[in-house]
Each structure stands twice: as C-alpha cells, then as structure tokens.
Design a protein around this ligand. Structure first.
Ligand SMILES: [Zn+2]
Length: 443
C-alpha cells in the first residue's frame, strides 16, 4: 500500500500513533515514524542463533530435548544470556528462574515494555517453539543498539522458565503459583522448587506476585503458530485474538458386564456402545454451529476390556476449547444433556465431573491493532486467529496489556523434531515485533 494509505490505516488502528506523516500535518513525528518504518532486524543473524541454540539438548531426530531445569536447559540459557549482553541488555535472573534483560529508556517515568518467550522444550521437541520469540526479541534489542535508537520506555526481554511444564515462570511472575505447585515434578525429574533453584532462582521468596498491575506498559510475545492456518492461507503474520479457554469433563458410563456369547443383543447394557454414540454426538454438537470451537474425546478406558465380555463401564474425557468461555459451557452442557438421552436408549447411565474450567485469555485490542498496523506497514499480510495452545502471554495478560504475533509453522507441525518455520518467516515475525514495540513506545 502507499504511504498515505498506510498513514490512514495506522491512524485508525493505533490511537496515539495517529500523528501520521507530514502530509497529514504532523511533520516532526512523521519523520521519526518514517525512519522507524524502514528499520529492519538482521534476519540471517536470528536464524544463525536458532541453529546455534539447537545444539543444546540436540536429539537424534533433528530437534531438541531441552526440558526445563535440565543441564541442557541451563547451557542453553547461558548461551542466550551471552547474546543478551551482546545486544546491550543487562541480564538478571528473578526468583522463579526467569531471565530478564533490561535496557533503559529515555523517559524514566515510563514503565517498561516487556517482550520475550521461552527456550525450554518438550521431550523430543523442535527448534522453533519458544526459541523464535526469544532470539527475535534479543535481535530487536540489538537492532535498537546498533542503530542508536533509544526507546522512550525502558525495554525488558524475558525468557520465562519452564513454559512447557505448565507456564511456571509466567505464573510465578503474576502470583498464580501455590506452595503445593512447587512440589510438582518437571520432565527433568526435579521438582519445580529444586528446578528454580538449579536455574539460579530462589523459590523461598515466591511468597507474593513478582509483578503487579501497572508494573509494565505492555507485553508482546512472538511465537510460531503451531497450527497450519497461516501456511494454508498463505498469510505472513497471525494477530492472536486470544488464547482459548478449556473446559474438560471426566465421564463415566455405567452399563452391565455380561457374557458376550449368551446375552442377546436386546438384553445388553453396553457401556462402550453408548460411549461410541457419545463420541459421534460430540462431533455433531461441536460442528453444528459456526465458529472455531473444537471438541474432543481424547481418552477412554473400558472395563473389563476383554473380547468375550460386554463392556460394563467406560471412563472417558470430554474437552472443549474456544475463545468464548460461555460457549464452552453451553456446548459442554448440550453434550451432557444428549448423553442422558443416549443412556436412556440402551440402559446405561452417564455421569460427568468437570475437572477444568480454564478461562480464555483475550489479548488486548489496542496491542492487536498495533501488531496488525505494524505488519501492514512493512508490506506483510495478516490474519486474526485464536491460539489453541497455551502460552506465557495468557498469564502476563492478567497484569498488563498483552498481544501475540504468530509466524507460520510449516505443515502446522509442532512439539516435534519436524517443527519448522522458514527463515524468511522468522525474520518477518521479528520485524513485526520490532515495529510493534516502536508503535507501543510511541504511545
Ligand atoms: Zn511455546
């Protein structure tokens, strides 16, 4: 789009940025904005750093097994802290083991702009989940330093600890962890408590939230999509509307176990037959209305699970995810109502216990708009979409305006050594992060 078009879009999208350019009469700010729109990160350098980071915890399948609190996690963190210092960031480790890299702004009265992600992986994971966001964030800081740009706000790059084991570092930051949580055991075999200590933290000091509302100006996280929407649609950048909520229920179907040879078909109370009808019904109910909601029966166990016995009992799970918490409950209730009918038809009974009711985390509208305007300003296409996976951003959103930028995952593959994001898409994501930080800084 041309500059005039860009200015109008930006003006509409980002309130405080609506100073526009000289054609619109705000000459001084226009010059600054124009200069910054031309600013780019060094994409090759981010991709080289991605390759270098993938050496720590390298697995034989081409990915990494850099699980939280492991020796490899620690080595990767040491490497990345070195990059942070090269980028002009002053590094420290908070009591939860999160790494923070700070750079002062020109206006000491402003709160810091926070951006980052995580570098721990799932066992047998890939080289992009988390790493893209962290290395791009460091590159943004380094670009500011190299180009002599001092933001008005202080900036802080964060590497959250143990994201994959339960977004532990970000929950600690906002005060969402209990004393009991700290005894949970991570994939590395260490408890969260011991793991934090291993990384240089001090869990005894986790008695209050590390950060509160008002401590930051905003948080922005760049991450790979982990789904295939952007690649399929040929879109450069995803603007995340929110991280879906999760409703999960445990279901028990009670029937009657009896001889599979001697019990006539019309005398059976087959719990598995009822459960199979339930699974079909869930799919029907969830797809019956427009929207991006998803519903899954992902776990099932049959008792007694023998070839010659009619299944007398089935336990299973029902999970529904959406950006709208009320819709999750409504669809869940509909499935439960329908289940009762299925039970009445074949002499079985269904009972449900809701085990999860995780609220959706809606990203801040003004940050979403800043991301969209920033991507468009550098000629990239965008699409609004929800995140079906959890992220640190969902917790940070409790204390500060928050947004997420997605870049395409090839084939929608993630949590796998086959996870891949093209170098150009990594660079695009980093450039949108850079422009978004500048846009938020101008506010
Ligand atoms: Zn991640």
């Amino acid at each position: 789009m041309n500059r005039r078009d860009f200015s109008f879009r930006l003006a509409g999208a980002v309130g405080a940025l609506s100073l526009g350019n000289s054609r619109l009469g705000a000459a001084a700010f226009g010059e600054v904005l124009q200069g910054n729109v031309a600013l780019r990160v060094n994409g090759d350098r981010i991709n080289q750093h991605l390759t270098a980071l993938s050496e720590f915890g390298k697995n034989p399948y081409g990915g990494v097994s850099r699980v939280a609190y492991s020796e490899f996690d620690k080595q990767g963190r040491t490497y990345v802290m070195g990059l942070m210092r090269e980028a002009g960031l002053e590094t420290s480790i908070d009591v939860a083991g999160n790494i923070i890299g700070k750079r002062a702004g020109s206006n000491p009265s402003l709160k810091p702009l926070l951006f980052g992600s995580h570098i721990d992986s799932v066992p047998d994971g890939g080289n992009y989940d988390g790493d893209v966001g962290v290395l791009s964030s460091i590159e943004v800081a380094r670009t500011f330093r190299e180009k002599g740009i001092t933001t008005r706000h202080p900036i802080e790059v964060v590497i959250f600890s143990n994201e994959e084991g339960g977004t532990v570092g970000s929950r600690a930051m906002v005060g969402d962890l209990t004393e009991k949580d700290l005894d949970l055991v991570a994939a590395s075999g260490k408890t969260w408590r011991d793991g934090m200590r291993f990384l240089g933290g001090d869990p005894t000091r986790l008695t209050a939230p590390l950060k509160r509302k008002g401590d930051y100006a905003a948080y922005v996280e760049l991450h790979i999509e982990q789904g295939g929407t952007l690649e399929e649609d040929g879109i450069n950048i995803g603007v995340v509307e929110g991280i879906v909520g999760i409703g999960r229920w445990e279901m028990v179907v009670d029937g009657f176990s009896n001889h599979a040879g001697t019990t006539p078909m019309n005398k059976r109370k087959d719990a598995l037959l009822a459960a199979s009808k339930f699974i079909q019904m869930v799919n029907r109910v969830v797809t019956a209305e427009p929207g991006r909601q998803v519903g899954t029966v992902g776990k099932i166990a049959v008792v007694p699970n023998a070839p010659n016995v009619i299944p007398g009992k089935v336990t299973a799970t029902l999970e529904i995810r959406d950006l709208d918490g009320a819709k999750i409950q409504r669809l869940g209730n509909r499935c439960i109502d329908e289940a009762k009918k299925i039970g009445a038809e074949n002499g079985t009974t269904f009972s449900f216990t809701q085990t999860h009711n995780l609220k959706p985390a809606i990203m801040t509208r003004s940050v979403q708009q800043a991301i969209e305007a920033s991507a468009k300003s550098i000629g990239l296409t965008t699409k609004y979409l929800p995140s079906g996976a959890g992220h640190d951003a969902q917790h940070v959103a409790e204390i500060t305006p928050t947004g997420m930028i997605f870049c395409p995952s090839v084939g929608g593959i993630s949590h796998s050594p086959k996870e891949f994001t093209k170098p150009q898409d990594v660079a695009n994501g980093a450039n949108v992060l850079l422009q978004t930080i500048l846009a938020l800084d101008a506010k």
